[in-house]
Design a protein around this ligand. Sequence first.
Ligand code: CTP
Length: 395
Amino acid sequence: MLSGKTILIGITGGIAAYKICELIRQLKKSNANVKVICTPNALNFVTKLTLQNLSQNDVAVEEFNIKEWKPEHISLADEADIMLIAPATANTISKIAYGIADNLLTSVACAFSKKMIIAPAMNCNMWNNDAVKNNIKTLRSRGIEILEPENGFLACGYFGKGRLCSIKKIFDAVIENIKYSQLLSGKKVVITSGGTIEDIDPVRYISNYSSGKMGFALANSAKQMGAEVVLITTKDFDAPYKIIKVKSALDMQNALDYEFSTSDIIIMAAAVADYRVKEYSDQKRKKTSNQTITLELVENPDILKGLCEKRQNSQKKPLIIGFCAESENLIENAKTKISKKGCDYLIANDISRTDIGFGSENNEVTILDKNGGMKRLEKASKSVIARQILEYIDE
Ligand code: CTP
């Protein structure tokens, strides 16, 4: 399972540091390449020689131990498939939450863009401190997995929540995440996001409230699952995969046509404007003396439907997923829409609710499949929903 994978373990200065020796042995037995970084304080609890022998690699501690052109904090971050910090002290947790990079471990954490798991261990009063709680919340909101400490007798003499969770739990979390990071490997996933913008004149346009966040969350999850990702979006996002910025429905259609023949999965999360103005005005339209004006609109192509039709006569047959935004009769309308469009899955979104959907950080959706199956995903953050959607369609 772990052969060919590099697990980067950050050890900070807590008594539970000695337990990580056993974890390193287990990871090595599973054929992982294990790299260890220690904070200087961690070496008060466990020796560099022990960690070096167990991991069969150099143990990094000093930030400015520069042996090659690429600084160590960048090369360690680049090389690893996953980063685990265990035990993580309140100090290191808080620094990472604030982006402080004042030693090698925190610098690597700051430069690390793949999956990170943190297993805290500390005195129970420190764990319950509001500042620490907030910092944990911040880390979670960034997609960092926290393996909560357990209740028990603590090395400081207290009894409470603060013990490092079991080594088995940490090991299983690493395996789970490595499996997850390979679910879509070898697949190209093309995702659209955001509301299209249909210009009226140089200063005005027709658009909608879509924030593009659901599509962005899907693109991030697909990337974490090992896919080659292309995000075609009307919004400004920065991410470690190909992003094609588009404006109108016609631009989006062109970009999709270009990517179609190499795609394995296409997800239309964008809110495409159904109409555009018939005649774009090069000059700003002036106010008239009339109390009402009429804008003549023409229909935009139904991109999703077009893709499903194109697939019928194409050698490449990507899985095609649509979204459906409804303000009433969600399931009924979604059922009609999936058969009308001809896609494999349709993700139905209730836009009448203000706590989910457009602009919100959360969503709650029902996945319909072309054979009449249905799966409801309970309200959760868009990144959790994205992950669940991708896992479901990949089954
Ligand atoms: N869609 C599309 N091209 C359009 C309109 C919508 O590809 N011109 C796609 C959307 O990206 C989404 C799905 O079709 O994946 C459903 O979009 P939705 O706005 O819910 O439905 P419409 O087809 O526009 O129908 P209506 O507005 O009447 O509900």
